[in-house]
Write a protein of this length. Structure first.
Length: 439
């Protein structure tokens, strides 16, 4: 198909989807808009062909388009079966408002506690690196070697799962920031911790995870508090400072990791246009590959048909790894098989992993389930304001955000965060209910 026709059809589908998302959710930020922007951007960059990517097969196109419509049908089923989304205004009896008024100090304490735990985990990771490389400058100079050690499983001595604490802290501070409607240093601390940890891991995904988690919670809660909390209406320079701080931290950390990791900026099959981008400080050939190459991996996955996975091995990697500790099963592979596209890339969007885990049915059924439950939790959260609906809603959004890269549930952070947050909010609600009864 001619490039111009692909772009035209892609643009038309994006516009229709954005309009549909705004009609259903009454907000420009919604699950449909996030999905189409993420995947529209992925397809757009791939079809630019700044690297000589192969043309996508009809099977790959069918999977991409079919899975999106299944995701959309899941949302539409919720819309027509469960009812339309309504946004309450000037409701002083809001459940979440009452919950935060009673639990604000506790949430501040919890965010500080989890930030400290996450920071200790990051420091412990750095101590392991310092034992190997002696000084921080030596660590930074050898980040490319650190990256290879991590991906090959040679990095030993780092405590697992502690980084989850940082994402718990981000969840709490994001709610508090939206509730107060102003910037605070407290909001920066956990994100700064993810940067410290991310540099030690030489990985962009963990930093991006924290950034997108905060942004998603902040925007959704701003929607919720609009018209309910007067201070949440205020627009001040603090909001600009907050946004600028996070963007600067994100860009700085990603560029630092890219530069010190020693990423090769010369790729097989690159065009002259891509070669001219090598001197750029932000958009470089490696960034372009990161924004487009995963689609080529998905395509090669279907062309080669050489992978064999156990049921749900990628989606429920944490479960397999826990069971392996008790010798019930073999541990799941840490990193997926790489494909030459024409550069070696091992991540092929969440569709590659859904197909490997559940077959063709999973590629269409799982997006449908995600679509239905993201609508359900959006509806229930704005109707009742219960924190557990926000927990599920945000983590479903994270699946959508990272769908261009991988099935984010591969990471332990996703499952563990949900479990701990649900328990914490349940205990706080139980405590608040007991206080209400006594009074």
């Amino acid at each position: 198909m001619p490039y111009s026709m692909v772009f035209l059809l892609l643009l038309l589908l994006v516009i229709i989807s954005l309009y549909l998302g705004k009609t259903i959710f009454h907000r420009f930020f919604n699950p449909i808009s996030v999905y189409v922007i993420i995947w529209g951007g992925l397809i757009f960059f791939y079809e630019l062909r700044l690297i000589n990517y192969v043309e996508l097969t009809s099977q790959t196109w069918f999977v991409i388009i079919g899975s999106y419509f299944c995701f959309l049908f899941g949302i539409l089923l919720g819309y027509f079966y469960l009812g339309q989304v309504e946004y309450t205004s000037n409701n002083q009896n809001s459940y979440l408002l009452g919950f935060l008024e009673k639990s604000e100090k506790t949430l501040i304490s919890l965010s500080l506690f989890f930030t400290v735990v996450g920071l200790l985990g990051a420091i412990q990771h750095w101590m392991v690196l310092l034992v190997k490389f002696n000084t921080i400058p030596e660590v930074l100079v050898n980040l490319s070697k650190v990256y290879k050690m991590r991906t090959s499983g040679e990095m030993e001595g780092v405590f697992p799962y502690i980084s989850v604490a940082t994402y718990l802290a981000i969840f709490f501070v994001a709610i508090l920031t939206a509730y107060k409607g102003k910037y605070s240093v407290l909001a920066t601390l956990p994100f700064l911790t993810t940067v410290i940890k991310g540099i030690a891991m030489v990985g962009r995904q963990s930093i991006l995870y924290g950034f997108l988690e905060f942004v998603t919670i902040y925007i959704i809660c701003r929607f919720y508090f609009k018209g309910i909390v007067e201070k949440a209406k205020k627009r001040s320079y603090s909001s600009i400072i907050l946004n600028t701080t996070f963007i600067v931290l994100l860009v700085f950390s990603v560029l630092l990791i890219r530069d010190f990791r020693g990423t090769d900026e010369t790729f097989s099959g690159e065009t002259r246009q891509l070669q001219s981008m090598k001197g750029s400080s932000i958009i470089t050939p490696s960034i372009y590959l990161y924004l487009s190459g995963h689609l080529g991996v998905l395509n090669q996955y279907y062309v080669k048909q050489v992978e064999e996975n156990r049921f749900g091995e990628n989606t429920f990697q944490l479960v397999y790894n826990i069971l392996s500790k008790f010798n019930v099963t073999e541990p799941s592979i840490i990193y997926q098989r790489a494909y030459y596209v024409p550069e070696w890339v091992n991540t092929g969007t969440y569709l590659r992993e859904l197909d490997a885990d559940f077959g063709t049915l999973g590629v269409f059924l799982v997006p449908f389930i995600i679509g239905f439950f993201v609508f359900y939790n959006w509806l229930e959260f704005f109707k009742h304001g219960k924190p557990h609906h926000l927990v599920f809603l945000v983590h479903l959004f994270l699946i959508i955000w990272f769908s261009f890269l991988m099935m984010i549930t591969r990471g332990a952070n996703w499952f563990i965060s949900i479990g701990i947050l649900i328990i914490v909010f349940y205990l706080l609600e139980f405590r608040n209910a007991k206080k209400t009864v006594k009074t």
